[in-house]
Design a binder for this molecule. Structure first.
Ligand code: PMP
Length: 387
Protein backbone atom coordinates (compact mmCIF):
# COMPACT_ATOMS: atom_id res chain seq x y z
CA UNK A 1 0.00 0.00 0.00
CA UNK A 2 1.12 3.57 -0.56
CA UNK A 3 0.07 7.01 0.52
CA UNK A 4 -0.51 8.52 -2.92
CA UNK A 5 -0.16 12.21 -3.63
CA UNK A 6 -2.44 13.76 -6.26
CA UNK A 7 0.19 13.62 -8.94
CA UNK A 8 -0.03 15.70 -12.13
CA UNK A 9 3.40 14.86 -13.57
CA UNK A 10 3.87 15.02 -17.35
CA UNK A 11 5.44 11.60 -17.69
CA UNK A 12 6.31 9.02 -16.81
CA UNK A 13 2.96 9.51 -15.22
CA UNK A 14 0.75 8.08 -12.54
CA UNK A 15 -0.67 4.59 -13.01
CA UNK A 16 -3.65 3.01 -11.25
CA UNK A 17 -2.53 1.57 -7.89
CA UNK A 18 -4.44 -1.68 -8.34
CA UNK A 19 -2.65 -2.28 -11.63
CA UNK A 20 0.72 -1.70 -9.98
CA UNK A 21 -0.11 -4.03 -7.11
CA UNK A 22 -1.05 -6.82 -9.51
CA UNK A 23 2.04 -6.09 -11.62
CA UNK A 24 4.28 -6.22 -8.55
CA UNK A 25 3.06 -9.75 -7.82
CA UNK A 26 3.50 -10.75 -11.46
CA UNK A 27 7.06 -9.44 -11.45
CA UNK A 28 7.91 -11.93 -8.73
CA UNK A 29 5.79 -14.93 -9.64
CA UNK A 30 3.58 -14.98 -12.72
CA UNK A 31 0.65 -17.38 -12.72
CA UNK A 32 2.36 -19.57 -10.12
CA UNK A 33 5.24 -20.69 -12.36
CA UNK A 34 7.85 -19.52 -9.85
CA UNK A 35 9.31 -16.93 -12.23
CA UNK A 36 8.31 -13.35 -12.85
CA UNK A 37 7.54 -11.61 -16.12
CA UNK A 38 10.98 -10.01 -16.32
CA UNK A 39 12.60 -13.43 -16.29
CA UNK A 40 10.96 -15.38 -19.09
CA UNK A 41 11.90 -15.58 -22.75
CA UNK A 42 10.11 -13.11 -24.99
CA UNK A 43 9.19 -15.89 -27.42
CA UNK A 44 7.77 -18.31 -24.86
CA UNK A 45 4.08 -19.11 -24.97
CA UNK A 46 3.53 -17.10 -21.78
CA UNK A 47 5.18 -14.01 -23.26
CA UNK A 48 3.35 -14.36 -26.56
CA UNK A 49 0.05 -14.56 -24.69
CA UNK A 50 0.94 -11.33 -22.87
CA UNK A 51 1.70 -9.59 -26.17
CA UNK A 52 -1.45 -10.91 -27.86
CA UNK A 53 -3.75 -10.05 -24.95
CA UNK A 54 -2.34 -6.54 -24.75
CA UNK A 55 -2.71 -6.01 -28.49
CA UNK A 56 -6.25 -7.36 -28.42
CA UNK A 57 -7.31 -4.99 -25.62
CA UNK A 58 -5.69 -2.03 -27.35
CA UNK A 59 -7.30 -2.79 -30.73
CA UNK A 60 -10.68 -3.21 -29.09
CA UNK A 61 -10.38 0.07 -27.20
CA UNK A 62 -9.37 2.11 -30.25
CA UNK A 63 -11.51 0.11 -32.64
CA UNK A 64 -8.52 -0.52 -34.93
CA UNK A 65 -9.80 -1.66 -38.36
CA UNK A 66 -8.47 -4.75 -40.19
CA UNK A 67 -6.68 -2.48 -42.65
CA UNK A 68 -4.23 -1.60 -39.85
CA UNK A 69 -1.64 -3.55 -37.86
CA UNK A 70 -0.58 -2.94 -34.26
CA UNK A 71 2.95 -3.70 -33.07
CA UNK A 72 5.42 -2.67 -30.38
CA UNK A 73 9.05 -1.56 -30.43
CA UNK A 74 11.41 -0.29 -27.78
CA UNK A 75 12.82 3.21 -27.99
CA UNK A 76 10.10 5.66 -26.95
CA UNK A 77 8.70 8.58 -28.88
CA UNK A 78 12.15 9.84 -29.87
CA UNK A 79 12.93 6.62 -31.72
CA UNK A 80 9.65 7.14 -33.56
CA UNK A 81 11.06 10.38 -35.00
CA UNK A 82 13.56 8.34 -36.99
CA UNK A 83 11.74 5.01 -37.44
CA UNK A 84 8.78 6.72 -39.09
CA UNK A 85 10.93 8.61 -41.59
CA UNK A 86 13.13 5.63 -42.50
CA UNK A 87 10.25 3.20 -43.01
CA UNK A 88 7.83 5.46 -44.83
CA UNK A 89 10.52 6.79 -47.17
CA UNK A 90 11.30 3.16 -48.03
CA UNK A 91 7.61 2.43 -48.63
CA UNK A 92 7.27 5.49 -50.86
CA UNK A 93 10.29 4.38 -52.90
CA UNK A 94 8.69 0.96 -53.35
CA UNK A 95 5.55 2.55 -54.76
CA UNK A 96 7.30 5.17 -56.89
CA UNK A 97 10.18 3.37 -58.63
CA UNK A 98 12.84 4.39 -56.16
CA UNK A 99 11.85 8.04 -55.86
CA UNK A 100 12.96 9.85 -52.70
CA UNK A 101 9.89 11.22 -50.91
CA UNK A 102 9.35 14.65 -49.48
CA UNK A 103 8.09 14.66 -45.89
CA UNK A 104 5.68 17.38 -44.71
CA UNK A 105 5.89 18.40 -41.04
CA UNK A 106 3.53 20.56 -39.03
CA UNK A 107 5.66 22.17 -36.34
CA UNK A 108 3.21 23.17 -33.62
CA UNK A 109 5.37 22.63 -30.54
CA UNK A 110 8.67 21.40 -29.27
CA UNK A 111 8.01 17.70 -29.97
CA UNK A 112 7.02 18.14 -33.61
CA UNK A 113 9.98 20.51 -33.96
CA UNK A 114 12.28 17.77 -32.70
CA UNK A 115 10.71 15.24 -35.05
CA UNK A 116 11.16 17.51 -38.09
CA UNK A 117 14.75 18.27 -37.12
CA UNK A 118 15.57 14.60 -36.67
CA UNK A 119 14.16 13.68 -40.11
CA UNK A 120 16.21 16.49 -41.58
CA UNK A 121 19.31 15.45 -39.67
CA UNK A 122 19.02 11.95 -41.12
CA UNK A 123 19.15 13.44 -44.61
CA UNK A 124 15.46 13.29 -45.52
CA UNK A 125 13.76 15.98 -47.55
CA UNK A 126 11.67 17.85 -44.97
CA UNK A 127 9.07 20.44 -45.89
CA UNK A 128 7.76 22.39 -42.89
CA UNK A 129 4.17 23.34 -43.79
CA UNK A 130 3.42 25.31 -40.64
CA UNK A 131 5.66 26.54 -37.82
CA UNK A 132 4.17 28.31 -34.80
CA UNK A 133 7.46 28.90 -32.98
CA UNK A 134 7.21 32.68 -33.28
CA UNK A 135 3.94 32.67 -31.40
CA UNK A 136 5.50 30.51 -28.67
CA UNK A 137 3.72 27.42 -30.02
CA UNK A 138 0.54 28.63 -28.36
CA UNK A 139 -1.92 28.15 -31.22
CA UNK A 140 -2.64 25.85 -34.15
CA UNK A 141 -3.59 27.94 -37.18
CA UNK A 142 -6.41 26.69 -39.40
CA UNK A 143 -5.41 24.48 -42.30
CA UNK A 144 -6.21 27.19 -44.82
CA UNK A 145 -3.20 29.10 -43.46
CA UNK A 146 -0.78 26.20 -43.85
CA UNK A 147 1.53 25.90 -46.84
CA UNK A 148 -0.05 23.59 -49.44
CA UNK A 149 1.39 20.08 -49.60
CA UNK A 150 3.25 19.00 -52.72
CA UNK A 151 0.93 16.09 -53.56
CA UNK A 152 3.17 14.75 -56.34
CA UNK A 153 6.18 14.06 -54.14
CA UNK A 154 5.11 13.87 -50.49
CA UNK A 155 4.85 10.60 -48.56
CA UNK A 156 3.22 11.91 -45.41
CA UNK A 157 2.07 14.81 -43.31
CA UNK A 158 3.42 14.51 -39.76
CA UNK A 159 1.63 16.05 -36.79
CA UNK A 160 2.17 15.80 -33.05
CA UNK A 161 -1.42 15.29 -31.92
CA UNK A 162 -0.82 16.62 -28.42
CA UNK A 163 2.11 18.90 -27.66
CA UNK A 164 3.01 17.88 -24.13
CA UNK A 165 5.19 20.89 -23.33
CA UNK A 166 3.18 23.64 -24.99
CA UNK A 167 -0.36 22.46 -24.26
CA UNK A 168 -2.01 22.36 -27.69
CA UNK A 169 -3.99 19.44 -29.09
CA UNK A 170 -5.46 18.74 -32.51
CA UNK A 171 -9.23 18.35 -32.22
CA UNK A 172 -9.80 17.78 -35.93
CA UNK A 173 -7.93 15.67 -38.42
CA UNK A 174 -6.99 17.59 -41.60
CA UNK A 175 -9.63 16.74 -44.20
CA UNK A 176 -9.41 16.41 -47.96
CA UNK A 177 -9.55 20.16 -48.44
CA UNK A 178 -6.00 20.30 -47.07
CA UNK A 179 -4.56 16.79 -47.13
CA UNK A 180 -4.23 15.24 -50.62
CA UNK A 181 -5.69 11.75 -50.74
CA UNK A 182 -2.40 10.05 -51.64
CA UNK A 183 -0.48 11.65 -48.74
CA UNK A 184 -0.57 9.64 -45.52
CA UNK A 185 -1.35 11.21 -42.17
CA UNK A 186 1.15 10.36 -39.42
CA UNK A 187 0.61 11.30 -35.78
CA UNK A 188 2.76 11.21 -32.67
CA UNK A 189 0.21 10.44 -29.93
CA UNK A 190 2.75 9.86 -27.16
CA UNK A 191 0.83 12.05 -24.74
CA UNK A 192 -2.80 11.43 -25.71
CA UNK A 193 -3.04 7.88 -27.01
CA UNK A 194 -6.06 6.10 -25.49
CA UNK A 195 -7.28 9.33 -23.93
CA UNK A 196 -9.98 9.81 -26.57
CA UNK A 197 -11.67 8.22 -29.58
CA UNK A 198 -9.64 8.27 -32.77
CA UNK A 199 -10.77 7.34 -36.27
CA UNK A 200 -7.78 5.15 -37.03
CA UNK A 201 -8.86 4.65 -40.66
CA UNK A 202 -7.86 8.26 -41.38
CA UNK A 203 -4.22 7.65 -40.43
CA UNK A 204 -1.40 5.92 -42.23
CA UNK A 205 0.49 5.65 -38.96
CA UNK A 206 0.02 6.48 -35.30
CA UNK A 207 2.68 5.92 -32.69
CA UNK A 208 3.44 6.81 -29.10
CA UNK A 209 5.42 5.89 -26.01
CA UNK A 210 3.40 4.04 -23.38
CA UNK A 211 4.56 5.99 -20.34
CA UNK A 212 1.79 8.57 -19.99
CA UNK A 213 -1.65 7.08 -20.52
CA UNK A 214 -0.90 3.43 -21.07
CA UNK A 215 1.93 2.09 -18.91
CA UNK A 216 5.65 2.28 -18.33
CA UNK A 217 8.50 3.69 -20.40
CA UNK A 218 10.25 1.17 -22.61
CA UNK A 219 7.38 0.21 -24.86
CA UNK A 220 6.32 2.12 -27.96
CA UNK A 221 3.01 1.42 -29.66
CA UNK A 222 2.64 1.64 -33.45
CA UNK A 223 -0.52 1.39 -35.54
CA UNK A 224 0.23 1.21 -39.25
CA UNK A 225 -1.86 0.84 -42.38
CA UNK A 226 -0.88 -2.56 -43.77
CA UNK A 227 -0.23 -1.17 -47.26
CA UNK A 228 2.60 0.93 -45.78
CA UNK A 229 4.56 -2.14 -44.75
CA UNK A 230 5.90 -2.97 -48.20
CA UNK A 231 9.50 -2.02 -48.79
CA UNK A 232 12.17 -2.52 -51.44
CA UNK A 233 15.00 -4.98 -50.80
CA UNK A 234 18.20 -3.65 -49.21
CA UNK A 235 19.91 -3.96 -52.59
CA UNK A 236 17.20 -1.90 -54.27
CA UNK A 237 17.38 0.74 -51.54
CA UNK A 238 21.14 0.99 -52.06
CA UNK A 239 20.67 1.33 -55.81
CA UNK A 240 18.18 4.18 -55.23
CA UNK A 241 20.73 5.92 -53.01
CA UNK A 242 18.34 5.67 -50.05
CA UNK A 243 19.24 4.60 -46.50
CA UNK A 244 18.49 1.04 -45.46
CA UNK A 245 16.23 0.94 -42.40
CA UNK A 246 18.15 -0.11 -39.25
CA UNK A 247 16.87 -3.55 -38.35
CA UNK A 248 15.69 -2.66 -34.83
CA UNK A 249 13.46 0.00 -36.42
CA UNK A 250 12.33 -2.05 -39.41
CA UNK A 251 8.52 -2.16 -39.26
CA UNK A 252 7.98 -5.17 -41.56
CA UNK A 253 10.36 -7.30 -39.44
CA UNK A 254 8.64 -6.25 -36.22
CA UNK A 255 5.21 -7.09 -37.64
CA UNK A 256 6.35 -10.41 -39.08
CA UNK A 257 7.77 -11.44 -35.70
CA UNK A 258 4.66 -10.31 -33.76
CA UNK A 259 6.78 -7.61 -32.07
CA UNK A 260 9.50 -10.05 -30.99
CA UNK A 261 12.14 -9.47 -33.66
CA UNK A 262 14.28 -8.42 -30.73
CA UNK A 263 13.61 -8.51 -26.98
CA UNK A 264 10.64 -6.36 -26.09
CA UNK A 265 9.98 -5.72 -22.40
CA UNK A 266 7.31 -8.26 -21.58
CA UNK A 267 6.71 -6.95 -18.07
CA UNK A 268 6.11 -3.47 -19.47
CA UNK A 269 3.80 -4.94 -22.08
CA UNK A 270 1.92 -6.75 -19.29
CA UNK A 271 1.38 -3.46 -17.45
CA UNK A 272 -0.14 -2.05 -20.62
CA UNK A 273 -2.28 -5.20 -20.78
CA UNK A 274 -3.55 -4.58 -17.25
CA UNK A 275 -4.17 -0.86 -17.90
CA UNK A 276 -6.08 -1.55 -21.11
CA UNK A 277 -8.12 -4.31 -19.44
CA UNK A 278 -9.09 -1.89 -16.70
CA UNK A 279 -10.11 0.73 -19.29
CA UNK A 280 -12.26 -1.86 -21.06
CA UNK A 281 -13.88 -2.97 -17.81
CA UNK A 282 -14.64 0.64 -16.92
CA UNK A 283 -16.62 1.47 -20.04
CA UNK A 284 -13.97 1.64 -22.77
CA UNK A 285 -12.83 4.66 -24.71
CA UNK A 286 -16.16 6.50 -24.48
CA UNK A 287 -16.03 6.50 -20.70
CA UNK A 288 -12.42 7.62 -20.48
CA UNK A 289 -12.91 10.33 -23.10
CA UNK A 290 -15.92 11.65 -21.19
CA UNK A 291 -13.96 11.75 -17.96
CA UNK A 292 -10.97 13.44 -19.61
CA UNK A 293 -13.24 16.09 -21.16
CA UNK A 294 -14.81 16.72 -17.79
CA UNK A 295 -11.47 17.05 -15.97
CA UNK A 296 -9.99 19.46 -18.50
CA UNK A 297 -13.17 21.58 -18.76
CA UNK A 298 -13.29 21.96 -14.99
CA UNK A 299 -9.66 23.05 -14.76
CA UNK A 300 -9.76 25.52 -17.68
CA UNK A 301 -13.04 27.00 -16.40
CA UNK A 302 -11.50 27.56 -12.98
CA UNK A 303 -8.37 29.24 -14.38
CA UNK A 304 -10.54 31.47 -16.57
CA UNK A 305 -12.26 32.88 -13.47
CA UNK A 306 -9.05 34.75 -12.62
CA UNK A 307 -7.82 36.39 -15.84
CA UNK A 308 -4.61 38.32 -15.31
CA UNK A 309 -3.78 36.21 -12.29
CA UNK A 310 -3.63 32.85 -14.03
CA UNK A 311 -2.61 33.10 -17.68
CA UNK A 312 -3.53 30.07 -19.77
CA UNK A 313 -0.79 29.76 -22.40
CA UNK A 314 -3.14 28.56 -25.13
CA UNK A 315 -5.72 31.31 -25.57
CA UNK A 316 -7.80 29.55 -28.21
CA UNK A 317 -10.12 27.05 -26.46
CA UNK A 318 -10.51 25.07 -29.71
CA UNK A 319 -6.90 23.82 -29.58
CA UNK A 320 -6.33 23.51 -25.84
CA UNK A 321 -4.93 20.20 -24.72
CA UNK A 322 -7.08 17.97 -22.54
CA UNK A 323 -3.93 16.27 -21.30
CA UNK A 324 -1.51 19.08 -20.43
CA UNK A 325 -2.96 22.29 -19.04
CA UNK A 326 -0.21 24.90 -19.15
CA UNK A 327 -0.45 28.26 -17.41
CA UNK A 328 1.67 30.94 -15.77
CA UNK A 329 1.39 33.29 -12.83
CA UNK A 330 2.75 36.78 -12.94
CA UNK A 331 6.13 36.30 -11.29
CA UNK A 332 8.60 33.54 -10.57
CA UNK A 333 8.14 34.24 -6.92
CA UNK A 334 4.38 33.67 -6.94
CA UNK A 335 4.84 30.58 -9.08
CA UNK A 336 7.30 29.14 -6.59
CA UNK A 337 4.85 29.79 -3.78
CA UNK A 338 2.05 28.20 -5.80
CA UNK A 339 4.13 25.05 -6.26
CA UNK A 340 5.26 24.82 -2.67
CA UNK A 341 1.79 25.42 -1.18
CA UNK A 342 0.34 22.90 -3.66
CA UNK A 343 2.86 20.33 -2.59
CA UNK A 344 1.91 20.86 1.08
CA UNK A 345 -1.57 19.75 0.02
CA UNK A 346 -0.08 16.71 -1.72
CA UNK A 347 -0.72 18.18 -5.17
CA UNK A 348 2.53 17.29 -6.96
CA UNK A 349 4.23 17.20 -10.37
CA UNK A 350 2.93 20.65 -11.30
CA UNK A 351 6.12 22.45 -12.38
CA UNK A 352 6.13 23.39 -16.08
CA UNK A 353 8.66 21.95 -18.51
CA UNK A 354 12.13 23.44 -18.00
CA UNK A 355 12.01 25.07 -21.46
CA UNK A 356 8.86 27.12 -20.79
CA UNK A 357 8.57 27.32 -16.99
CA UNK A 358 5.23 28.13 -15.39
CA UNK A 359 2.80 25.49 -14.24
CA UNK A 360 1.67 22.38 -16.06
CA UNK A 361 -1.08 20.08 -14.81
CA UNK A 362 -1.09 16.82 -16.74
CA UNK A 363 -4.46 15.09 -16.62
CA UNK A 364 -3.68 11.68 -18.07
CA UNK A 365 -6.12 8.77 -17.75
CA UNK A 366 -5.02 7.68 -14.27
CA UNK A 367 -5.55 11.15 -12.76
CA UNK A 368 -8.98 11.01 -11.15
CA UNK A 369 -11.72 13.63 -11.27
CA UNK A 370 -11.40 13.75 -7.50
CA UNK A 371 -7.73 14.80 -7.77
CA UNK A 372 -8.66 17.50 -10.29
CA UNK A 373 -11.37 18.78 -7.94
CA UNK A 374 -8.80 19.11 -5.16
CA UNK A 375 -6.46 20.96 -7.50
CA UNK A 376 -9.29 23.27 -8.50
CA UNK A 377 -10.09 24.00 -4.83
CA UNK A 378 -6.45 24.91 -4.29
CA UNK A 379 -6.35 27.12 -7.42
CA UNK A 380 -9.43 28.98 -6.17
CA UNK A 381 -8.01 29.47 -2.67
CA UNK A 382 -4.61 30.58 -3.92
CA UNK A 383 -6.16 33.19 -6.22
CA UNK A 384 -8.55 34.51 -3.55
CA UNK A 385 -5.64 34.95 -1.17
CA UNK A 386 -3.09 36.44 -3.54
CA UNK A 387 -4.75 38.33 -6.37
N1 PMP B 1 6.56 12.99 -28.32
C1 PMP B 1 5.81 13.53 -27.35
C2 PMP B 1 4.52 14.17 -27.70
C3 PMP B 1 6.25 13.47 -26.02
O1 PMP B 1 5.49 14.00 -25.04
C4 PMP B 1 7.47 12.85 -25.71
C5 PMP B 1 7.99 12.69 -24.32
N2 PMP B 1 7.46 13.43 -23.36
C6 PMP B 1 8.23 12.33 -26.77
C7 PMP B 1 7.74 12.40 -28.06
C8 PMP B 1 9.55 11.68 -26.53
O2 PMP B 1 9.35 10.49 -25.90
P1 PMP B 1 10.53 9.59 -25.28
O3 PMP B 1 11.09 10.34 -24.15
O4 PMP B 1 9.79 8.34 -24.91
O5 PMP B 1 11.51 9.36 -26.37
Amino acid sequence: NRDEPHHFGAGPAKLPSDVLKQAALDLVNYQGVGLGLGEIGHRTETAINVINDTKKNFKELLNVPDTHEVFFLQGGGTTGFSSVAYNLVANYAKKHDGKKAKLAYAVTGSWSDKAAKEASRLGFDVDVVVDTKEGGYSNIPSYSDWKPIDADSTAYLYVCDNETVNGTEFKEVPDKSYLPENVELVADMSSDILSKKVDVSKYGLIYGGAQKNVGLAGLTIYIIKKSLLEQPTDKEMASYGLPIVPIALHFPSAVKANSTYNTIPIFTCHIMGLVTKKLLDNGGIDAIEKQNNEKAALLYKTLEKYPGFYNIRVANPAVRSNMNVVFTLNSDDVQKRFLSEASEKKLTGLAGHRSVGGIRASLYNAVSLESVKLLVDFINQFAEKNQ
